[in-house]
Design a protein. Structure first.
Length: 283
């Protein structure tokens, strides 16, 4: 996934509208307009830090005169008591940015931490971990960014940058062959260059895919270890293979040693615990 500055700007603007509305009236009513100070981002947990670059962008969006002094970059391992950065400038601006910075960094750091743990479990295999579209609405960009920071690989960004034929598509289309031929025809007719991946639920559907071809990857959905090994023997290296469906930190290594190229895990984004971070004024 490409992290574009215009997407970061649009995300921050939307998030600030949600939080600030027509003004941070608490800060406006209690803090003098010209008062200046400093705050520090304190780590109160252990894991992988993520969201530093986004935090810098948020501070700048709120007030271009805020200054951020970074000590720990995205991807750094952190422990309780570490200081990630200082931010200096108008007190009102720091306070207005505080919650958005923390919400983003805490969740992103949680995702990066879990992703890093999965990557460590896959060491010694050729397998890479992919994220999914099981993300928080309007927060997909930071969540997928965090997966990359943690060492994972982004799957498709959305519905627009890949054709991924899943079980419901197959059923609605009337079968594997119908779905594949329709997708391939669509790309030709609309002059689109999109990769096609297809999900299979059993070895019979897999055999149909192998007969038709025309895909960049085959996804094995909810296959157990024995079924995965059988599928790989049938595919025989003709297509990259992705395992998906209920894969957990406890089972991910076992799928990897079967020989698949990828495992996709909604767990990376839908079941994480945010890292405990705090932004505190420095007196």
């Amino acid at each position: 996934m490409e992290i574009r500055q215009e997407d970061i700007h649009a995300f921050i603007q939307s998030a600030l509208r949600e939080d600030v509305g027509d003004g941070d009236h608490t800060s406006l009513s209690t803090i003098p307009a010209e008062a200046k100070g400093k705050a520090q981002l304190i780590v109160k947990d252990e894991g992988i830090l993520a969201g530093v670059e986004l935090a810098k962008a948020i501070f700048h969006e709120v007030d271009p005169e805020l200054s951020v002094e970074v000590f720990l970059e995205d991807g750094a391992p952190v422990k309780y008591g570490d200081i990630a950065f200082y931010v200096s400038g108008k007190d009102r601006s720091i306070l207005t940015a505080e919650r958005l910075v923390l919400n983003c960094m805490q969740r992103m750091s949680g995702i990066a931490t879990v992703t890093h743990e999965i990557v460590e479990k896959l060491k010694g295999t050729k397998c890479k971990v992919l994220d999914t579209r099981k993300t928080t609405p309007n927060f997909r960009m930071p969540e997928k960014w965090a997966v990359k920071i943690g060492g994972g690989v982004n799957h498709r960004t959305g519905l627009y940058d890949m054709i991924l034929i899943k079980d419901n598509h197959v059923d609605y289309a009337g079968g594997i062959k119908n779905a594949l031929s329709a997708a391939q025809k669509y790309l030709v007719e609309h002059k689109r260059d999109l990769p096609i991946e297809i999900e299979v639920r059993n070895l019979e559907e897999l055999q149909e895919v192998l007969e038709v071809g025309g895909v960049v990857r085959i996804m094995l959905d909810n296959f157990d270890f024995e079924q995965t090994r059988k599928a790989l023997s049938l595919i025989a290296g003709r297509f990259p293979v992705e395992s998906s469906g209920g894969i957990t930190p406890e089972t991910v290594h076992d799928y990897a040693v079967c020989g698949v190229d990828y495992v996709s895990m909604g767990y990376l984004t839908h079941s994480v615990k945010s890292l405990d971070l705090s932004l505190k004024a420095v007196k």
